[in-house]
Write a protein of this length. Structure first.
Length: 131
């Protein structure tokens, strides 16, 4: 993965500043079999790589949203939610950096829960903020 799959995946990004926006939906994975780039087929076996190739920097930010929201979750959520969030996030990121979580039902749901908790925490004011 590190020496062949991922470098070839990043090779699918457009040249120049357009790589910031990614290559677009259908540019990696199974949809490639049906377009003009079937010879460049790449499985995108990492959620991080998949999101970065399709959406560019916004995809990377989406992937990192739960990690970036960790401090906000700690400040706004009850202890049980905080502990479950941190545990799910560590397992999900640890596993998802090298394996495709899209194919694993548990990890896809866990990542979705982390994103939901992060979004909820971002929308909730912390102590001392005006509502």
């Amino acid at each position: 993965r590190f020496t062949q799959m991922w470098p070839r995946a990043f090779g699918l990004l457009p040249d120049g500043w357009l790589m910031v926006l990614g290559a677009g939906i259908g540019s990696i994975g199974t949809p490639q079999e049906y377009g003009s780039s079937a010879h460049l087929l790449n499985a995108a076996d990492s959620l991080a790589v998949y999101l970065i190739v399709i959406f560019g920097v916004p995809g990377a930010l989406y992937y990192l949203l739960p990690a970036l929201a960790q401090n906000r979750v700690v400040a706004t959520q009850p202890d049980d939610v905080r502990q479950a969030y941190t545990g799910l996030m560590l397992v999900t990121f640890g596993y998802g950096m090298s394996i495709s979580m899209l194919e694993e039902g548990f990890f896809a749901v866990a990542f979705g829960l982390c994103c939901g908790i992060a979004a909820s925490a971002m929308a909730r004011p912390t102590a001392g903020e005006d509502t």
